[in-house]
Design a binder for this molecule. Structure first.
Ligand code: GPP
Ligand code: MG
Length: 286
């Protein structure tokens, strides 16, 4: 299967071009590169779980290094929680990572299940970076990253046991995305989403949520939009987990780190005021 496509085939709209440009040029982002260097798993998502407060104590010279490792441990724990919800996956199954970034979650899925994993991204830089990681780990025959659009992956219909979006749905129309996810999943296949979504109960987009959108050039969807789009595409939720309380410690530690980017306060405000949730949804294809 070819991994090459022309930008005109992959990037359909001006918005998609601007998102691709952001991820192509946001290459030296220390918050992601320093964490990835810890063990070679490069993530573009946030963390889950309590941090070890002892990382803030001890010698000043090595404090940032301890915080970096701890933030990375929490981000890896987040990807593990996502993979925990995929259900049984065998080495003969095939998985799809929709919006695969620098490849962390895909590489972890292959490590855990031994199966084929394809990741798609509209950033050519990210695709190249992630394929280099797969080569360095000696798994490039099993894990491949493609310059493709998650709304039009070109993978075979019903070819996938599982598919996921790890913090990528805020860049796309959910109805278009779930039409494509539903097409590539086999009957009974599992879709897992971790996302940040706004709270229909508190009403329209809060100032803090708008600041997050502005920071990443994304459009955070309301919680209700997920369930409408899943239902419209034969994807039936089996698990919905509000991960908000488990992600707040990550943001609190990140705010104390020299790698902080300035988006920490809007996340903490949005989560604490209840205008925003960190949500996991697992759904089955029927
Ligand atoms: C970025 O991860 C994640 C997104 C751009 C999606 C926005 C997510 C929401 C839950 C709203 P990253 O690791 O590239 O971000 P950062 O550079 O801030 O660590
Ligand atoms: Mg990050």
């Amino acid at each position: 299967m070819t991994t090459t496509a022309s930008p005109a085939e992959v990037l359909r709209t001006e918005y998609q071009k601007s998102v691709a440009a952001y991820w192509n040029t946001n290459q030296q982002d220390p918050v992601n590169l320093r964490l990835g260097e810890v063990d070679g798993l490069y993530h573009h998502h946030y963390g889950l779980g309590e941090y070890d407060p002892s990382v803030l104590e001890g010698p000043e010279e090595t404090r940032q290094d301890r915080i970096t490792r701890e933030l990375h441990r929490l981000e890896t724990a987040q990807a593990d929680v996502l993979l925990d919800h995929l259900g049984p996956v065998t080495a003969d199954d095939m998985l799809l990572d929709c919006g695969s970034g620098r490849g962390g979650t895909s590489l972890m899925a292959n490590q855990r299940f031994g199966c084929r994993v394809d990741g798609v991204s509209i950033s050519e830089y990210q695709v190249g970076f992630a394929n280099t990681q797969a080569e360095e780990r000696g798994v490039s025959d099993r894990v491949r990253f493609h310059f493709r659009n998650m709304l039009d992956t070109r993978f075979e219909t019903a070819s996938r046991r599982g598919a996921w979006t790890n913090e990528t749905t805020m860049y796309v129309d959910l109805f278009e995305l779930y039409a494509e996810v539903s097409r590539v999943l086999e009957f009974g296949g599992r879709y897992v989403c971790i996302t940040g979504c706004s709270n229909d109960v508190t009403g329209g987009r809060s100032k803090a949520v708008s600041r997050i959108d502005e920071h990443y050039t994304c459009n955070i969807h309301p919680r209700s939009a997920y369930f409408k789009a899943l239902a419209a595409n034969n994807l039936v939720p089996i698990n919905v987990v509000d991960l908000t309380p488990q992600t707040i410690p990550y943001w609190e530690l990140r705010a104390k780190s020299s790698l902080a980017t300035g988006i920490e306060e809007p996340f903490l405000t949005a989560y604490k005021e209840g205008s925003f949730h960190y949500l996991l949804i697992a759904a089955d294809r029927v």
